[in-house]
Design a protein around this ligand. Structure first.
Ligand SMILES: NC(=O)c1ccc[n+]([C@@H]2O[C@H](COP(=O)([O-])OP(=O)(O)OC[C@H]3O[C@@H](n4cnc5c(N)ncnc54)[C@H](OP(=O)(O)O)[C@@H]3O)[C@@H](O)[C@H]2O)c1
Length: 337
């Protein structure tokens, strides 16, 4: 199970590293020294797929990743995203979705500079800007390939229909979307669509933003800058209901002989060979825990019981608030809770 997986023209470690948390999203980020140690330890552990975005820390994450990984550039598959980035307004930097060709080109130039590289291996459209035809945004990304600025392209949070339209313009090498036991929407159509066109499926938030690690037991501890505080599943009442799923889940991890985080990642790796999870962490012990998940065998019986225990019908709360839901383009189950 620990063998490499294909993504576009690259072969990468079966589990990649999501770098977002080193600059953004879940409370105070680690110090520059701690972040550097984490990235270098990931390399030592055999990670070759690194995921960042123009959005993360409004460029700070790409600057960090570029600086630390520059000496190792030839050994890694470097992925970033554009089409959603920080834009300066009179009252400060704000997150803006902009899929116009000129914005995508500008985002990519900025990313290349911050990443200190001539070329990005896999460049995703972070969100489809629904005011711009997907063909126009992907056409601009295709132009980046022609110019040698990126080697392959992907989409994030795209539906199967959008994926097929995009793929008609330029080969789509990967779709990156949230996928874990508690977010199963890709099972509706996108996993199959990726398989059909030969694209990898990159599973973000694969340990359910810490829920499936069993370590986040009190959402009152989430700071004001923690994006989970605005997500319905992490609202106190909903999360209290979701926590009731953890003892049964922990028993399955005990039965397999692994940690809950490893069980979540092993489940993804067993679902299909074109799935590549990219857990994020700020802690070395969690990094080691996560990367060891590629060696954990799961029986069909355990997989079936996991899926019955945690799924869209047993989890309480939507994954995004109404604004976030409006920004994604993914299929949803017919009867949401
Ligand atoms: N395309 C998109 O729109 C999009 C959106 C979100 C994320 N992403 C990408 O996906 C990556 C991962 O997603 P994510 O960070 O949202 O979710 P995640 O990987 O499911 O969860 C990260 C959280 O889990 C904790 N954690 C991770 N491994 C752990 C372990 N073994 N034991 C205990 N706690 C553990 C981390 O805390 P510690 O720091 O304490 O370990 C952190 O709070 C991001 O870094 C980013 O690259 C993409």
């Amino acid at each position: 199970m620990s063998s490499h997986r294909p993504i576009g023209p690259f072969q990468v470690s079966p589990i990649g590293l999501g770098c977002m948390n080193l600059s953004h999203a879940y409370g105070a980020p680690p110090s520059a020294e701690e972040a550097e140690r984490l990235l270098l330890t990931a390399l030592d552990l055999g990670v070759t797929l690194f995921d960042t975005a123009a959005l993360y820390g409004f460029g700070a994450n790409e600057t960090l990743v570029g600086k630390v990984l520059k000496p190792h550039r030839q050994r890694i598959t470097l992925c970033s995203k554009g089409g959603m980035a920080g834009v300066q307004f009179p009252d400060g930097l704000k997150r803006v979705i902009d899929g116009r060709p000129e914005a995508i080109r500008r985002n990519c130039e900025d990313s290349l500079r911050r990443l200190q590289t001539d070329v990005i291996d896999l460049y995703y459209l972070h969100r489809w800007d629904k005011t711009v035809p997907i063909e126009d945004s992907v056409g601009a990304m295709s132009d980046l390939v022609q110019r040698g600025m990126v080697r392959s392209i992907g989409l994030s949070e795209a539906s199967a229909a959008t994926l097929r339209r995009a793929h008609a313009v330029h080969t789509i090498s990967a779709v990156q979307t949230e996928y874990s036991l508690w977010t199963r929407n890709p099972e509706i159509a996108v996993l199959q669509a990726c398989q059909d066109i030969g694209a990898a499926f990159v599973a973000f938030s694969p340990v359910a933003r810490a829920f499936l690690t069993g370590k986040l037991t009190d959402v009152a501890t989430l700071g004001a800058k923690d994006i989970r505080a605005g997500m319905p599943r992490f609202a106190p009442d909903n999360y209290a209901a979701n926590l009731k799923l953890l003892p049964g889940y922990q028993r399955m991890a005990d039965e397999v002989g692994c940690t809950p985080a490893q069980l979540a990642l092993a489940w993804l790796l067993h679902k299909a060979p074109h799935i590549i999870p990219i857990p994020g962490t700020t802690r070395l012990e969690h990094l080691e825990d996560n990367m060891a998940a590629s060696r954990i065998p799961l029986s069909a019986d355990v997989i079936a019981r996991m899926e019955v225990h945690i799924n869209q019908n047993t989890v309480v709360g939507e994954r995004y608030n109404p604004q976030g839901t409006g920004e994604v383009d993914t299929e949803v189950f017919a009867v949401p809770r």
